[in-house]
Design a protein around this ligand. Structure first.
Ligand code: GLC
Length: 452
């Protein structure tokens, strides 16, 4: 019963994100000049005031809570610092802000250890979209206090965060994979449009790289998240699904070991050290972004946060975003990512903690986050906000309506982290030189053991 419920709710995440993107379909596109003006404004935007601060202050002033927030991905830690400072000032609740480990799976392990030892050291924490099922037993049911506020969000995401009827987390921001490309370099090399297929990406990347390397030995065609960690599960899901090779586990059956998956994964392996730097097999989000931001890559796969983060770098004004390419016979997709906020059952200050979550997940803060850090809104009205649309070009319909694919959390349930590790370690072996045909059968059998 529990498993069945989880299965149904997790399946809705893709649909939910799509609902948000459809709701912005009427928003239209913006010119680079408008965007530049909007980004100048974004630097100036301030965290909103805490609503009902006096009442909160009267009850909880002086309480101390610890919030495990974002790592140094783009301006996310800066965003948390600003929001927490405002919350402290308005409410008198003291917040100890601790950035989580930057890799999602390392962050999972940190929380699993804290929950396992019933530690009260963490009060509020960020939760990856694939974890609510696994951590539900350790999280406070937020429904009594935040149930009304949760109605503003895309409902599929709220359902993803509702386990066994309990609202164990509140949506914080969404994510989906997109392609960043250098507009100036496409023009310079006579390429009329960014690639639609992976093969086109390989060809365009090679052409630009050959030209640029004449004067810049550090220049490469394509960077992505190739390290052996959760990010690689996300990138590889996009490669495989966009080539018609399924979503690793489909309709309860492990499908990762198929010929389309093999073909695209081998094709990616063949590009390592050619159009990608060798070091791509150790890149996470920021590893890839640093290369792109320094002007040393033509294409990058990343999440929307990189849009705002790159505005303060040498490539400002030179990049565009679009949907990721697809394989032969497939279509473009983007992996669903995103983060939630939860309160630990072992917290000694649950009510004060819930007030922090209420503030951070409010529409005004979500608007602030979307403008300051280009994170994907999960509240449809925020996604339609004019200023938000101006600063987040990935919200234009042609990009935001891309098919979303979800990691197999609904099938792996409490074993999600183990299963994803089997996937990314296998993909990493492939990228490091082993043919997909010798790796995928063993990944498939490990996944089979986990979903039994
Ligand atoms: C982003 C996504 C998250 C994903 C992670 C992988 O943070 O929002 O869902 O697990 O990247 O690196």
């Amino acid at each position: 019963m529990k498993h069945r419920a989880l299965l149904i709710v997790a399946g809705l995440v893709g649909a939910a994100t799509l609902a948000v993107s459809l709701s912005v379909a009427a928003a239209g596109t913006t010119s680079p000049a408008t965007r530049a003006a909007a980004s100048a404004k974004s630097a100036a935007i301030a965290p909103p005031a805490v609503p009902n601060a006096a009442a909160i202050r009267a009850k909880y002033k002086g309480q101390k809570i610890t919030f495990v927030g974002d790592a140094a991905v783009g301006a996310s830690h800066k965003r948390d610092l600003k929001l927490v400072a405002r919350f402290q000032k308005d409410t008198g609740i003291k917040v100890n802000l601790v950035p989580h480990p930057s890799a999602s799976d390392a962050s999972y392990s940190q929380l699993a250890r804290a929950f396992g030892s019933k530690s009260s050291s963490i009060d509020v924490m960020m939760l990856d979209v694939v974890w609510p099922g696994a951590f539900a037993p350790y999280l406070v049911n937020l429904k009594p206090k935040l149930g009304t506020a949760s109605k503003q969000f895309a409902q599929g995401i709220v359902q993803n965060d509702t386990i066994g009827g309990k609202l164990v987390a509140m949506p914080w921001f969404g994510d989906f994979g997109i392609l960043y490309y250098r507009k100036d370099l496409l023009k310079k090399y006579g390429i009329s449009a960014p690639p639609k297929t992976w093969n086109q990406l390989f060809t365009q990347a090679k052409k630009i790289q050959d030209g640029e390397q004449k004067t810049n030995k550090n220049f490469y065609g394509f960077v992505f998240q190739g390290n052996s960690y959760e990010g690689l599960t996300c990138d590889a899901l996009e490669w495989v699904a966009s080539a018609g090779g399924g979503n690793f586990i489909d309709n309860g059956k492990v499908t990762i070991n198929n010929s389309k998956a093999k073909t695209i994964l081998d094709a990616m392996r063949n590009q390592i050290g050619k159009i990608t730097p060798r070091g791509v097999t150790s890149y996470d989000e920021e590893g890839a972004r640093n290369v792109f931001a320094a002007g040393n890559a033509a294409f990058m796969r990343n999440w929307p946060y990189a849009y705002a983060a790159n505005l303060t770098t040498p490539v400002k004004g030179k990049y565009g975003v679009t949907v990721l390419p697809h394989g032969a016979g497939g279509h473009s997709v983007g992996t669903v990512g995103g983060w939630q906020l939860g309160v630990s059952k072992f917290s000694k200050h649950k009510d004060a903690s819930i007030e922090l979550v209420r503030y951070l997940t409010s529409p005004k803060v979500q608007r602030f986050d979307a403008i300051f850090n280009s994170n994907v809104p999960t509240i449809p009205s925020v996604a339609r906000d004019k200023q938000v649309v101006k600063t987040n070009p990935y919200l234009t319909p042609a990009i935001a309506n891309v098919a979303r694919v979800t990691r197999p959390a609904k099938y792996l349930k409490t074993h999600y982290n183990e299963g994803s590790k089997d996937i990314y370690q296998g993909i990493s072996q492939i990228l490091n030189g082993t043919p997909a045909g010798s790796v995928l059968p063993s990944v498939a059998s490990k996944l089979n053991a986990l979903i039994k």
